[in-house]
Design a binder for this molecule. Structure first.
Ligand SMILES: *[C@@H]1O[C@H](CO)[C@@H](O)[C@H](O)[C@H]1NC(C)=O
Length: 264
């Protein structure tokens, strides 16, 4: 080969090697969390008045280069509020617990240096747990998204749901059994038999059986299932949704539960 030809090849190589990476600019997180449930997981903080979000993003919910989200099109991108945009469809979205959770986990310095948190929003407002049983659209969507995120990296599933199951007494009574089945199925289908699940005790309900669902949530008997109680956190004037500040606090509580569960 001519020396000039060789020189050209050497010069050209790095350019072609870098081109696809620079174009796609896709980063991948080191640790991944599934966020599922209904509206209080989807996030309505600041979005309960006048049919629109007030746009207020507290520092604990601000975008950060170390926090990614899996987009509706299954691509990693920098996460920002509203985190469930394009996922919790047909609803006015605001602040939820996901961003403050990620901030609190990163702040703890418990992850290896340089780690990036990946959030996989899957919540859908107004859905009873019957909409999340194996084979339903929401269950399948969650599994598709979790697999696209990379099951080897999934550290926990955060679950905040049950408000709709307070409407009918039979749903409230069936809640514990349905939750147990759902968690067992998710663990089996993702092949993560010991997947950590952090369940949020509901603070409000769309019906009158709130206490029955709360009791059922405490009766769920499964290994590696943690409980965080939202009751007592500030609720918006719609009597249903956590305020932005409440979501900031819930995010920190979820992070504490995650960190406590993974303390060695
Ligand atoms: C929830 O389940 C009901 C009854 O099967 C169904 O009609 C509805 O479309 C479901 N909603 C969602 C969001 O999956």
């Amino acid at each position: 080969m001519e020396p000039t030809m060789l020189l050209l090849l050497v010069l050209a190589a790095p350019i072609t090697a870098l081109a696809p990476a620079a174009g796609a600019a896709e980063r991948t997180p080191t640790v991944v969390f599934i966020l599922a449930g209904q509206s209080n997981m989807g996030g309505r903080g600041g979005a309960t008045v006048g049919g629109k979000w007030d746009g207020y993003v507290p520092p604990e919910c601000a975008p950060s280069p170390r926090t990614l989200r899996l987009s509706p099109a299954l691509q990693w991108e920098e996460a920002r509020e509203p985190l469930h945009a394009g996922v919790d469809v047909g609803n006015v979205l605001g602040v939820g617990p996901g961003m403050p959770f990620a901030h609190a986990v990163l702040r703890s310095n418990r992850l290896p240096k340089g780690s990036e948190v990946g959030l996989v929003p899957c919540a859908q407002g107004g859905t009873p747990i019957a909409n999340w049983t194996r084979g339903t659209d929401l269950y399948d969507r969650m599994l598709t998204r979790a697999r696209a995120a990379g099951t080897a990296k999934i550290a926990a599933m955060l679950w905040f749901q049950g408000e709709t199951d307070t409407i009918k007494k039979e749903d409230a009574l069936a809640y514990a059994g349905r939750m147990e089945a759902m968690v067992r199925d998710v663990r089996q289908d993702l092949a993560i038999p010991n997947l950590l699940v952090i369940q949020v005790g509901i603070a409000t309900g769309q019906g009158k059986f709130v206490d029955l669902v709360r009791k059922a949530q405490l009766e769920v008997k499964l290994p590696n299932l943690k409980y965080v109680d939202a009751k007592g956190l500030p609720i918006a004037n719609d009597f249903t949704h956590l305020t932005t500040q409440a979501q900031v606090r819930l995010g920190a509580m979820l992070a504490d539960a995650y960190l406590a569960a993974t303390l060695h």
